[in-house]
Every structure is written in structure tokens, then in C-alpha cells.
Design a protein around this ligand. Structure first.
Ligand code: DX5
Ligand code: ZN
Length: 221
């Protein structure tokens, strides 16, 4: 069964408490929380304060995706806000190895996110150090974009690396995930699906999450 991580970027912020409740009652595994700084990406979202409120509503894993420059300045604050897992962008971190050590020393799982143009091979020297790769399947900054099909071959390549080295690293795919393409994404080797608009804009978000969860089961039948 895939890990399903609804992205709150697509939620209704006027009803954030109810949106949290809805996801808590669903089969979703992680809360995916997108932090944007208007510098690394051309958009601004929310920061640790909102995450602190969201954290209080849930026991599910808080998966925080930092799309910010100089994430080392804020890692501790996100830990305090309740992040369980913190992902930083390889493109934003000239000293990535140090960022990973910092995240782990704060007691969080460490994730590295890569943009669509960044080759999988750039992860080779950190793959043994991290818990999750957040593979961007759109250019980061906005929800509701179209899945970039080339991502599928990148997922396959990363799956091979992880399996060959027998590493416990999860592949999380983020951006443009739908009920239609989720099967191919899982078949390519993804462990976790981030879904923003597919979940929150659907008529019945809980049912949509259940459908996403059921996909791998259907595949193995
Ligand atoms: C994009 C974010 C994604 C986004 C996904 O920069 O990292 O998590 O919210 O939204 P959808 O699923 O609508 O593409
Ligand atoms: Zn994200």
C-alpha cells in the first residue's frame, strides 16, 4: 500500500481545523506541509506558526517540505513546531551533507527534495544518510500543476539505486499526482504519493484517499 500524504497547500485555510480533522479521519498516512519563501520558489505559503497549530490536531506524521533558501536557519524552529520529517532542496543547499546532519541531530527524519531538472545521480553521495527522497514531478512553487512524465524514468532509476544498495530510503513523489497516474507512479517504484488538489478538490476527499491507498493492492492482484 502506498503512503498517502495530502498536501495542505490545496486545503481551505479558512477551515484549516476541519480540513485537519478530515485528513485525520481518513486513511492518509502523512500530513504534507509545503513551506515556500518567495526566494527559492516564486511563491510564499506558510511557516512554523501554522505548522504548530496543525501539529496539535494530529498524531499522523508531519512531513514538512521546505522550499526555502538557507534552511539551516529554520530547522530547529520546524522541529519545535512539530515536524517529524524535514525535507530540504538539493538546489538550495550548497552544504547539503551538513543540512542532513543537522536535521538528524535535531531528531527528525531527513529528506532531500530534487527538482525536475536535477539528475538522480546527484543523490548518490547522500543516499546512505537520508530517510526519504522527495522527487518533484512539477516545478515547485504551486499546486495544481501537470505531472511531468519524465519523472517516471527518474523514479525507476532511483528505485534501482535504492534496491541495489538495499537502503531503507523512501521515494516520495510530489506534484500533479492524480487517481489516473498514481498507478504508473507506484509501478515505477514510488513509496509515497503527495496529493494536493486531487484530494482537497475532490467531492469526497476521504474516499479519494482510500482509492489512492487501494491502488497497490489492485496492482498486486
Ligand atoms: C509544489 C508542492 C506540492 C503541491 C502539490 O511546490 O511541493 O506539494 O502542493 O500539489 P498538487 O498535488 O495539487 O500538484
Ligand atoms: Zn510539497
Amino acid at each position: 500500500m502506498p503512503i498517502v500524504a495530502p498536501s495542505f497547500l490545496a486545503s481551505n485555510f479558512l477551515r484549516l481545523e476541519e480540513e485537519c480533522k478530515l485528513i485525520n479521519e481518513s486513511e492518509a498516512d502523512w500530513f504534507h506541509l509545503d513551506v515556500m519563501d518567495g526566494r527559492f520558489v516564486p511563491n510564499i505559503s506558510f511557516g512554523p506558526m501554522i505548522i504548530e497549530f496543525v501539529r496539535k490536531t494530529t498524531r499522523k506524521v508531519c512531513d514538512v517540505h521546505l522550499m526555502i533558501v538557507e534552511p539551516e536557519k529554520f530547522a530547529e524552529e520546524f522541529k519545535k513546531a512539530g515536524a517529524d520529517q524535514l525535507s530540504v532542496h538539493i538546489e538550495a543547499c550548497p552544504n547539503l551533507h551538513r543540512n542532513i546532519q543537522q536535521i538528524k541531530s535535531l531528531g527528525m527524519k531527513a529528506g532531500v527534495a530534487i527538482n525536475p531538472h536535477t539528475p538522480v545521480s546527484s543523490l548518490i553521495d547522500v543516499l546512505q544518510e537520508i530517510d526519504v527522497v522527495c522527487m518533484m514531478s512539477v516545478n515547485p512553487g504551486y499546486g495544481a500543476q501537470k505531472f511531468i512524465p519524465h519523472t517516471l524514468s527518474k523514479i525507476r532509476e532511483l528505485r534501482k539505486l535504492i534496491d541495489n544498495w538495499n537502503l531503507p530510503v523512501l521515494i516520495e513523489v510530489d506534484g500533479g499526482v492524480t487517481l489516473e497516474n498514481a498507478k504508473d507512479i507506484i509501478a515505477a517504484g514510488a513509496d509515497a504519493l503527495v496529493a494536493g488538489n486531487t484530494v482537497f478538490q475532490s467531492k469526497d476527499p476521504k474516499a479519494t484517499i482510500s482509492q489512492l491507498k487501494a491502488i497497490e493492492v489492485a496492482k498486486t492482484l
